[in-house]
Design a protein around this ligand. Structure first.
Ligand code: PRX
Length: 473
C-alpha cells in the first residue's frame, strides 16, 4: 500500500495513517508493506515496525534510475475502480491497457483538443474515474503537463482555479457542475481578475448541468463550456460534442451526441424497442463496447454480464441505468438513473450502501434511503429509519441524539459525503404486499411531488407517518 501521512482540505489537516491502520486490520489480505510519503502533516505519526516503510528512505537509493517499459498484451488489466450500483456491494470495474490507451489518446485529440506541450487542469479527485482518465493517463498519453490540485475551489479565495489557469497557461479544463455552482455564489470579480486567454474549453461532467449554471459560467468565462456524459464503467465520454472534428451548437441541458465508437440506443423499458423523438427511455449501448470501456467486473465475469446485459430479456445490450431522451435535432438529454443510485455533488452513491451503513447502528431495525433534490449538490440522501428501542425517541433531544449517532455511523462507514441530510424516525416504512420498499413513492413525497400509484401499498398508515415526519410533526 502506498499512502501519505495526511492531506489537507479547507485549511484543515486530514490525517490518513490511523485510517490506514484501521482498514488494514479489517482487510482479509493486508499488504506486507505500507510505503508512507511524509508530508510533515503528522509529526507524531505512529509506525508499525517491519511493515511501514518511509518513502524517502526507500526511494533515495533509486534516485535517477531508468526504468524500462514493461510491454503488456493489450487485454491485460490496468486497474480496478469500485463503483456503486443497486446492491450494497460495490463492483470492481476492471479495465484493460490497450483499448483504454487508444480511447484516451483519441479523446484527448478529438474531444478535449489538448496538444503535446500544453497544460490540462482537471479539478477532480485522482481516486475517481475522471481523475484516473483525465488527471493522469489522458494528458500524459497526449504529452501534456497535468495539474493535480489538492483543495476546494474557494480557498484561499474563489479565484484560485483561474489563477492556476493564468499562471500555468492551461488550455483544457475539466470540472463538475457542483463546483461551478459553488463558484457562482462567490464574487464574480474573481473571474475577470485573471488572464484566461490560454483556455480553449471548459468540460463538465459527473452530474446534470442545469441551465442557469451553464449560462452563468459560459458568460463569465466567455469560452465554450461543454457538458459531456459518461460513467466509471466507460472510462471516457459516451455523449459529448466533438470539437476536434466539428464545431456543433450547444443546447443547454444536453451533453450533445453519442461519441464515435458508441452504438447508442434509447430503448423502451417495456419491450426494448427503440423510442421515438422526445420519448423517455433507457440509454443502452449495443455491443461490442468501445475501446476503454470496462472489460469485466473484477473477479466476477458472471456479475458483469448479469448486471449490465440483462435489463432486457429480448436484447443483449449494455444498460447505462440512465433515462434519456433524444430530441428531433438528435441532441440527447440525461434524465436521471433508472436504479437506486444517487448523485451527491458529482459523487455516485448507492442508496442500498447508505441503508446498510445506517443499519449498522445498534438501535436501527430497518431503514430506507432516497435521494432528494438539492440546489447545490444536485441530490442529497434522506433517511427514514425504524428504531428498535423507541423509548429514546420520546423526547426531541433523544431523537436528535439518535439522528446524530446514525449520521456518525454513516460517516465512519462511507465518509461524510454519504451522510443523510436528515434521519426521520417512523415505526413502519411504505412497502408493497410483497415486502418491497416503495422508494420512488418515498422520494416523490420527500420532494413534494405526487407519489403516483399507491394501490400496492401494504399499510397506508406508513404514508401518513412519512408525511408527518417530513412536515416535522
Ligand atoms: O447518472 C449519470 C451521471 O453520473 C453517472 C456516472 O457517474 P460516475 O460513475 O461517477 O462517473 C462519472 C464520470 C464523469 C451517470 O450514470 N452523469 C454523469 N455525467 C452526466 C451525468 N448525468 C447528467 N449529465 C452528465 N453530463
Amino acid at each position: 500500500m502506498i499512502t501519505a501521512d495526511g492531506g489537507s482540505r479547507m485549511g484543515k489537516k486530514v490525517l490518513y495513517k490511523s485510517l490506514v491502520d484501521e482498514s488494514l486490520k479489517l482487510a482479509q489480505s493486508p499488504p506486507e508493506k505500507v510505503l508512507i510519503f511524509r508530508r510533515g502533516l503528522d509529526p507524531d505519526m505512529p509506525t508499525v515496525a517491519g511493515r511501514d516503510v518511509d518513502w524517502h528512505e526507500f526511494a533515495a537509493p533509486h534516485a535517477g534510475a531508468q526504468v524500462p517499459c514493461a510491454w503488456l498484451e493489450s487485454n491485460e488489466p490496468s486497474y480496478i475502480l469500485y463503483t456503486s450500483g443497486t446492491t450494497g456491494k460495490p463492483k470492481g470495474v476492471q479495465r484493460d491497457v490497450g483499448g483504454y490507451c487508444v480511447a484516451l489518446a483519441s479523446s484527448m485529440e478529438l474531444i478535449y483538443c489538448g496538444h503535446a506541450g500544453e497544460t490540462m487542469f482537471t479539478t477532480s479527485d485522482i481516486g475517481w474515474v475522471v481523475g484516473h482518465s483525465y488527471i493522469i493517463y489522458g494528458p500524459l498519453i497526449a504529452g501534456m503537463t497535468t495539474i493535480m490540485y489538492e483543495g476546494v475551489p474557494i480557498r484561499p479565495d474563489a479565484g484560485i482555479w483561474w489563477k492556476i489557469v493564468q499562471d500555468h497557461k492551461v488550455t483544457v479544463m475539466f470540472s463538475a457542475p457542483t463546483a461551478i455552482r459553488v463558484l457562482k455564489k462567490q464574487d464574480p470579480a474573481y473571474l475577470s481578475k485573471y488572464d484566461l486567454g490560454s483556455l480553449r474549453h471548459l468540460f463538465l461532467a459527473g452530474e446534470p448541468l442545469d441551465e442557469p449554471t451553464h449560462v452563468w459560467i459560459a458568460g463569465a468565462l466567455k469560452k465554450p463550456v461543454i457538458d459531456h456524459y459518461w460513467q466509471t464503467e466507460t472510462g471516457w465520454p459516451i455523449l459529448s460534442a466533438v470539437p476536434g472534428v466539428e464545431q456543433t451548437r450547444n443546447k443547454f441541458g444536453s451533453p450533445s451526441f453519442p461519441v464515435y465508437g458508441y452504438d447508442l440506443q434509447l430503448l423502451r423499458e417495456s419491450d426494448a424497442s427503440e423510442a421515438g423523438p422526445d420519448e423517455k427511455a433507457v440509454v443502452a449501448i449495443v455491443p461490442p463496447l468501445p475501446p476503454g470501456v470496462m472489460s469485466t467486473v473484477w473477479g466476477d465475469d458472471e456479475r458483469f454480464v448479469k448486471t449490465y446485459f440483462t435489463t432486457f430479456a429480448s436484447k443483449m445490450v449494455y444498460a447505462t441505468f440512465d433515462w434519456g431522451i433524444r430530441d428531433r435535432d438528435g441532441y440527447y438529454f440525461i434524465l436521471g438513473r433508472t436504479d437506486d443510485v444517487i448523485n451527491v455533488a458529482g459523487h455516485r452513491l448507492g442508496t442500498r450502501e447508505i441503508e446498510e451503513a445506517v443499519s449498522m447502528h445498534a438501535n436501527i431495525a430497518e431503514c430506507a434511503v432516497v435521494g432528494v433534490a438539492d440546489a447545490l449538490k444536485g441530490q442529497m440522501p434522506l433517511a427514514f429509519a425504524v428504531a428498535k428501542d423507541t423509548s429514546t425517541l420520546a423526547s426531541p433531544e433523544g431523537r436528535k441524539q439518535l439522528e446524530k449517532e446514525v449520521m456518525e455511523t454513516v460517516d465512519r462507514q462511507l465518509g461524510a459525503i454519504a451522510r443523510p441530510k436528515a434521519v426521520h424516525f417512523v415505526t413502519l416504512l411504505p412497502k408493497t404486499r410483497s415486502g418491497k420498499t416503495l422508494r420512488r413513492a418515498i422520494q416523490a413525497l420527500a420532494e413534494g411531488r405526487d407519489a403516483g400509484d399507491l394501490t400496492t401499498i401494504e399499510d397506508p398508515a406508513a404514508l401518513e407517518q412519512l408525511t408527518s415526519a417530513l412536515a416535522g410533526k
